[in-house]
Write a protein that binds this ligand. Structure first.
Ligand code: SAH
Length: 463
């Protein structure tokens, strides 16, 4: 086979990036825009030793699981990969991904997985769920500013305001912003030259208060005429989305990091508030906050259920963010300690504890793999009943895992946004005195390749 050769291929699987996978004469092909069950006439594009990338020339037989995408730019935008797959098939695919990783990477025996895995928790309506949008600005073809989403694996902006997994009010907010940039000649940032002012708009919406934060990331210290923007935004307020706060973030770096370090509040209090369950949270621009409030309740509900607290326990919550899981657990434990690396998030966590009248939670700023061992050295006799972890995609640091094992809690609840690092860490815990006793995948990110999993690891009693 050579570049530009045509061949017929049946797609049988999906890669982690959402590319269709098919095999032909022992050679593996990755084909963008295809789904398992499709048969396509493909065009070879790039060939490696054992695999290659191809493009669809004609879709000969579409998969029976295909649906009409709700979004017009789903083929070009890098945000969603599964808009053309039925939601039932998506849930099946994600449940299977979690299972396969736990089997292969985690080396958990199939019988154990069969015994402990619960049904994946999907959404009733898998659209309009994201409470956060990060929208880049760029110069459009005619030089005028456009806003939209990055194409897959690129920083090319696909102009599009109405993302179907985002809040429906975002389009209106972005229209107001674009009109403002035109009226006052505010130039969009250009990554190549490092010139231009407006880089990103970060919109965070609170389901509880029906209001939103707009954080504008600019390549400079000032946003000229922002008062006019404020007026225009307020004039566009609706019952479902009221401007709560307008903040300016300065980012003059030349790398890919979206937010710079300094924020200045132009209007409002500089943060928004949202509720999960009966706890109210304050969320600052720099703090991590779960993007799908509906599914987050299901996820934290699972964490709380698996932690099985009776009121007398001492608990550690590693990678605690603004204290979301910690404060949930604190309502049913004697004492909860939280640790998180972002200082602004810990400030929010402390404030959140105070505002909710929760006095039995204590928070530390720092890396879990440093704070936990240090605490262990200072409190050698203190027993920990339960540890929860909710690490970023790269999973837990091995020092953190080792310390957890040394502290020997009865239960470890692992909340994960990446099945493969989850499986790696579960392998470590299984080799060090713990058994996997519950697995519940939760679909926090419909239409994308991402899935959350909540696992319970129980300490095996020594005989
Ligand atoms: N449990 C929280 C946050 C989960 S996201 C929630 O559900 O909202 C993961 C968090 O881990 C982020 O807030 C990130 O800032 C933090 N983090 C990343 N590396 C860390 C480390 N080494 N030690 C502690 N926290 C870390």
């Amino acid at each position: 086979m050579r570049k530009n050769d045509e061949f017929e291929l049946e797609i049988t699987a999906l890669s982690d990036e959402g590319l269709g996978i098919g095999k032909l004469d022992g050679f593996v092909w990755f084909v963008k825009g295809t789904l398992p069950g499709d048969t396509a006439l493909c065009l070879a594009m790039k060939l490696k030793k054992n695999y290659g990338f191809a493009r669809v020339k004609t879709l000969l037989k579409p998969s029976p699981e295909r649906v009409t995408p709700r979004c017009a730019v789903e083929q070009r935008c890098g945000g969603c990969q599964l808009q053309a797959l039925s939601y039932e098939a998506e849930l099946r695919f994600k449940a299977n991904k979690v299972r396969e990783d736990l089997l292969r990477i985690g080396e958990v025996p199939a019988e154990r997985l069969d015994a402990v895995t619960e049904a994946i928790v999907g959404m009733e309506e898998p659209s309009r769920y994201r409470n956060k949008a990060q929208v880049p600005f760029a110069a459009g073809e005619d030089g005028r500013p456009v806003a939209g989403f990055y194409a897959a694996r690129s920083h090319r902006v696909i102009p599009w305001l109405d993302c179907d997994i985002g809040a429906k009010e975002n389009a209106r907010i972005l229209e107001v912003l674009l009109a403002f940039t035109e009226r006052f000649g505010i130039a969009p940032y250009d990554e190549e030259s490092g010139r231009g002012l407006l880089r990103h708009a970060l919109i965070r919406k609170s389901r509880a208060t029906k209001s939103y934060m707009l954080c504008l990331i600019v390549n400079g210290k000032e946003l000229p005429h922002w008062e006019a923007l404020l007026q225009a935004l307020q004039a566009a307020d609706s019952e479902d989305a009221r401007l709560e706060t307008l903040v300016l973030n300065t980012n003059t770096r030349r790398d890919n990091v979206i937010l710079g370090d300094t924020v200045r509040t132009l209007y409002g209090r500089g943060y928004i508030e949202d509720s999960i369950g009966d706890i109210r949270f304050r969320i600052s621009p720099h703090s991590f906050y779960q993007v799908n409030p509906v599914q987050t309740e299901a996820m934290y509900g699972a964490a709380l259920e698996f932690a099985a607290l009776g009121g007398n326990e001492t608990v550690w919550d590693l990678y605690c963010g603004i204290g979301t899981i910690s404060l949930f657990l604190a309502q049913q434990a004697k004492k909860v300690y939280g640790v998180e690396i972002v200082p602004a998030a810990i400030r929010d966590a402390k404030e959140n504890a105070k505002r909710n009248g929760i006095a039995n939670a204590e928070f530390f700023t720092g890396a879990a793999e440093e704070v936990l061992p240090a605490w262990q050295r200072e409190h050698p006799a203190q027993y920990i009943d339960v540890i929860t972890v909710d690490p970023p995609r790269k999973g837990c640091d091995e020092t953190a895992l080792r310390t957890m094992v040394e502290l020997a809690p009865k239960r470890i609840v692992y909340v994960s946004c990446n099945p493969s690092t989850l499986a790696r860490d579960i392998k470590y815990l299984r080799a060090n005195g713990y058994e996997l006793t519950r697995v519940r995948p939760v679909d926090n990110f419909p239409r994308t390749m991402h899935v959350e999993t909540v696992c319970l690891m129980s300490r095996v009693e020594e005989k």
